[in-house]
Design a protein around this ligand. Structure first.
Ligand SMILES: [Zn+2]
Ligand SMILES: [Zn+2]
Length: 373
């Protein structure tokens, strides 16, 4: 394939501003590669970085986009061998660019390696968060080409699914890791998912694949469309948390008072959902905390509930090869109507509009929003 001289990128110059720029494409050596981006999907992290909140502060201009799928247009000999890919292959690219040698990497926890953590306070590399000043600048999917750094973690996705579906490797991969691999969901157990965004819906799929006896999804009055999708994916029950209805009571009713076995909290910013999760968890349940509360403490966190019920409370963040590989298989199986998650797509120049639609409090019914460069 021809490698052009320049890429067209939407550069996030400052908080909530973007401009189109041409960026030179580097010469590809034996250990790296170049991707023609087909789809870059948006999640809440992008909004935080774009707004220069918490993890975006101090990063300077950069190209957003960390959930990337595209075709390999150039790849060095050694990289091709290491990654098992050839020019023309469609691949999914993880956002992490871990060092590969530290204690965390060696222990299989490369997704939280300091060398790929934008919040570690040290120099790092990570797709969708690396400053433009770091050569060769093409570290985000909101551009027609993405630089494949030697530390990239990539997965061939085949030709039987399109790039938009393939980009669901992130929410489905997160669901597999959080509910099954970290939550230890067993056949016949009850799973509760609080927050029916893309990651919550990924948790529903993972719970069904793992043989959950019952899957309950908790949303708000704004989540009508998302809760419909949750049902289509196999949720047995959806609960709309509103004044006067307690999701805790609904879950206890549905489980004959025993409570859930696995509860995942995915509600960004809300602290009451953590209290609910602890209250609706049954004895020896696993409670997975997957959402940022933006620095806020959970005032009603009950130590005694954790002790009395012997709960496991665990923070979870991101995915890894152990969950992404099965996630790609699940997507390729067409067992679930996952296309219903793909609600919006925008051309590259409309990346700012795409960001606003996907943002928290953005457009109702938006689930998985893609930019198609
Ligand atoms: Zn993301
Ligand atoms: Zn490392």
């Amino acid at each position: 394939m021809d490698v052009p001289e320049r890429a067209r990128a939407m550069v996030a110059t400052d908080a909530y501003t973007m401009e189109s720029r041409d960026i030179p494409i580097p010469r590809i050596g034996p250990d790296d590669g170049l991707l023609r981006v087909e789809v870059t999907a948006i999640c809440g992290t992008d909004w935080e970085i774009w707004g220069r909140q918490s993890r975006g502060a101090g990063l300077g201009p950069l190209i957003l986009g960390h959930e990337n799928v595209g075709r390999v247009v150039a790849v060095g000999d050694r990289a091709a061998q290491r990654w098992g890919v050839a020019v023309g292959d469609r691949i999914a690219v993880e956002e992490f660019l871990p060092c590969g040698t530290c204690r965390l990497c060696r222990g299989g926890n490369y997704r939280i390696c300091e060398a790929t953590d934008s919040r570690g306070g040290k120099p790092f590399l990570r797709y969708g968060a690396t400053p433009l000043a770091v050569a060769p600048a093409l570290y985000g999917g909101q551009a027609d080409y993405l630089y494949l750094h030697p530390r990239s973690i990539v997965y061939p996705v085949g030709e039987d699914i399109g790039p938009e579906l393939a980009a669901l490797y992130v929410p489905v991969g997160n669901g597999v890791r959080w509910v099954v691999q970290e939550g230890g969901l067993q056949v016949g157990e009850t799973a509760v998912v609080i927050g029916p965004g893309q990651h919550g819906l990924g948790c529903v799929v993972a719970a069904r694949v793992a043989g959950a006896g019952r899957v309950i999804v908790v949303g708000t009055a704004r989540d009508g469309d998302r809760l419909e999708v949750a049902k289509a994916l196999g949720a047995d029950e959806v609960v709309v948390a509103a004044d006067g209805t307690s999701p805790v009571e609904s879950v206890l009713d549905a489980t004959s008072g025993r409570g859930a076995d696995v509860v995942v909290d995915l509600a960004p910013g809300a602290t009451g959902t953590v209290e609910d999760a602890l209250a609706m968890a049954g004895k020896r349940a696993r409670v997975l905390l997957a959402a940022s509360k933006h620095g806020r403490a959970v005032a009603g966190f009950s130590n005694d509930l954790v002790v009395r019920k012997e709960l496991v409370v665990r923070g979870v963040r991101g995915h890894d090869h152990r969950s992404v590989e099965p996630a790609i298989d699940i997507i390729r199986s067409h067992r679930f109507p996952l296309e219903r998650l793909c609600t919006h797509r925008f051309p590259l120049e409309q990346a700012p509009e795409a960001m606003h639609v996907a943002a928290r409090g953005g457009e109702r019914g938006a689930i998985h929003v893609s930019v198609v460069p």
